[in-house]
Design a protein around this ligand. Structure first.
Ligand code: 28F
Length: 637
């Protein structure tokens, strides 16, 4: 058989095969997260076109079959033939790895979650992909199938308005690759697309979900990151009217900062580089944070608000209640860290510190009233921090935070190996008693919770420490809290919230999650938090007692009974209805139970949810509950 492959064909085949063999190397994982990376890759190419100044309208559509279209109104990909490969530029971009690298000097390459692996990876991981380029009054079209193989060369399929330009890419993720799911999550898409609209002021991004009637969002923010900060503070009480905005550029590196204080005790600070969310921070964030602390301390000292004898304000003091967005644009960013989301370029630290420091200093000088409000806020935070330190020391001295002291509350497990140890936080004494009886005492500790946990959404650390239940939990975890926090000291690698499947149970679970998210975020981010799933129904027939988790399991089980079996079915109200053995069998035994892991995939979204649900403003909570009521299953009203 004549082998008419050119060496270019072989390079293409090997490239696409390599991607399909080890997709994780190109998109991180083939889980739901990796599936969404396909969209980010294509969207980032459209955003690049916007950064280059040629596109101001992007549309993302999820079709009924979960294929996705991304359309931009940029110049349209070049439709020429690539001299080197003899292929159309389009075919090259979609079949040669890393061929999409668009700009040489000058432009910024926005890179997706894995920093621009390029459109060819999306093609390789799709059952089919189509490109339509609108330019010069023609629609240039090419279709690829089975992991990126071109069906035929690019061709003109129709014409279009003379002045219409742009690129549309439609693709269907390959279920052979994405075995977990090929279903796109609307919230995931809308959160990231909204973020991109905030970060690229004036760019309009539309998201349409054809799987649901009239499901559409349009994001466009002419105020850019100023509007981002205003959204972060939407459900909070801002301490000053104007959002402070600073921008500057040095050596082709641009720094943009927007900030506004609110009356909460948490900092909501998010940093980006070339639109990538630098979750792990980096030199841009360090530079801005250092400048913030320096400028605030200088201002407080120079205006005699901070006296000689007063301790300097710490970084945390200056960031309490601060909503801040930092956006750095860099022509050649170096990313480091566990998930490659930490900016490493050392030259940025000083540039960020100088640019932001100078801008903030000027703002404080020109707005003394706002400056005074901000300094007051930082001073109060400082006094509370010092009080909390004293409270911690006092409780430590009194032994309140010692494991021994709270004997009788915690039924600890015998194993000292955290990796196999679990702690159940159980609602109520009766369930607590059954859990202690039914548990595996080698690896399972039980901490019965008597009262309601304090709602710490609106509490500082010193206030949280005054709550008995919270002190007990801090001690049981072993990590310490606040400045003393050390994740390595965590005594259990599974922290399991076990509450009733009713309204009170859900309320206690949310209060616990608020505590963990606000004061133990690293524990949540490390995936140590779980929710037990006690049975919702008990079905009895003859001597058989069957517990099931939800309606679906109930119906599946009932379907297995012969029609002549009349049976009894009851909705479980509380953990207390089961004896120790049943509780263990259905909810605790590691071979039988079903746990739900709690993750904080999107910190910004979680921030919004907690401040809406647990904050003081009633209106946002009502709106949130109304919007999400349809998702609430097993309502016990
Ligand atoms: C729906 C996704 O991918 N839009 C894109 C362009 C525009 C150009 C370009 C893209 C040059 C040679 C690499 C056009 N005219 N949306 C998109 N829009 N790529 S991708 O150029 C590709 C580079 O190969 C473009 C002049 N310069 C650049």
């Amino acid at each position: 058989m004549e082998n008419n492959y050119t060496d270019n064909d072989i390079q293409v085949l090997e490239g696409l095969e390599a991607v399909r063999k080890r997709p994780g190397m190109y998109i991180g994982t083939t889980s739901e997260k990796g599936l969404h990376h396909l969209v980010w890759e294509i969207v980032d190419n459209a955003v690049d076109e916007s950064l280059a100044g040629y596109c101001d309208d992007i549309e993302v559509v999820v079709h009924n079959d979960n294929s996705v279209s991304v359309r931009d109104d940029g110049r349209g990909m070049p439709t020429g033939i690539n001299q080197k490969t003899g292929l159309s530029t389009i075919e090259t971009i979609f079949t040669v790895l890393h061929a999409g690298g668009k700009f040489g000097g000058g432009g910024y390459k926005v890179s997706g979650g894995l920093h621009g692996v390029g459109a060819s990876v999306v093609n390789a991981l799709s059952t089919w992909l189509e490109v339509r380029v609108y330019r010069d009054g023609d629609v240039h079209y090419q279709r690829f199938e089975n992991g990126g193989h071109p069906c035929e060369p690019m061709k003109i399929i129709e014409n279009c308005a003379k002045d219409r330009t742009g690129t549309t890419v439609t693709f269907k993720a390959d279920p052979e690759i994405f075995k977990e799911t090929t279903e796109f999550n609307y919230d995931t898409l809308s959160t990231r697309l909204r973020e991109l609209a905030f970060l690229n002021k004036g760019l309009r991004i539309t998201l349409i979900d054809e799987r649901v009637p009239d499901k559409k969002d349009v994001f466009c923010y002419n105020g850019g990151i100023i509007e981002y900060v205003s959204m972060l503070n939407k459900n909070k009480q801002a301490l000053h009217e104007d959002i402070i905005y600073v921008e500057g550029k040095e050596d082709n590196i641009s720094i943009e900062v927007a900030m506004q204080y609110n009356d909460s005790y948490t900092a909501s600070l998010y940093s980006f580089t070339n639109n990538i969310n630098t979750y792990e921070g980096g030199t841009h964030e360090d530079g801005v944070k250092n400048a913030l602390t320096r400028i605030i301390n200088n201002y407080a000292r120079n205006n005699k608000i901070l006296k000689e004898k007063d301790e300097a304000l710490s970084g945390d003091d200056c960031r309490e209640g601060l909503a801040m967005i930092i956006s750095c644009k860099h022509p050649d960013p170096q990313f480091e860290g566990q998930t490659k989301t930490k900016l490493g370029n050392s030259e940025v630290r000083k540039i960020a510190s100088d640019v932001f420091g100078e801008g903030l200093e000027r703002f404080l000088m020109e707005n003394p009233t706002v400056a005074k409000t901000i300094i007051e806020k930082c001073m109060t935070a400082s006094r509370a921090r010092i009080a909390a330190k004293r409270a911690r020391e006092a409780t430590r001295r009194k032994g309140d935070l010692d494991v021994t002291n709270f004997f009788g509350k915690l039924a600890d497990c015998k194993s000292k190996d955290a990796s196999v140890s679990e702690i159940f936080l159980v609602e109520g004494d009766s369930a607590g008693g059954s859990a202690i009886k039914g548990r595996d005492s080698i690896t399972q500790a039980i901490l019965p919770l008597r009262g309601k946990i304090l709602n710490v959404e609106k509490a500082r650390l010193d206030r949280a420490l005054s709550n008995e239940e919270i002190r007990t939990i801090i001690t049981a975890f072993g990590t310490g809290i606040g400045e003393d926090f050390n994740l390595d000291k965590l005594r259990y690698h599974k922290i399991i919230i076990m509450t009733d499947a009713d309204v009170d149970g859900s309320h206690i679970r949310v209060l616990l999650l608020t505590l963990f998210y606000r004061f133990f975020k690293p524990i949540v981010e490390a995936g140590h938090i779980y929710a037990a799933q006690p049975p919702l129904f008990v079905i009895k027939h003859g001597k058989t007692i069957k517990y099931v988790l939800n309606e679906q399991e109930r119906d599946e089980y009932l379907a297995t009974l012969s029609p002549t079996t009349k049976y009894d079915i009851a909705r479980m109200k509380g953990l207390g209805e089961m004896d120790a053995e049943e509780l263990n069998e259905t909810t605790m035994d590691i071979n039988k139970r079903v746990l739900r892991q709690i993750t904080v995939d999107d910190a910004i979204l979680a921030d919004e949810v907690f401040s809406k649900l647990m904050g003081e403003e009633v209106e946002p909570r009502r709106e949130f509950i109304e919007t999400n009521a349809t998702y609430a299953t097993n309502l016990d009203v």
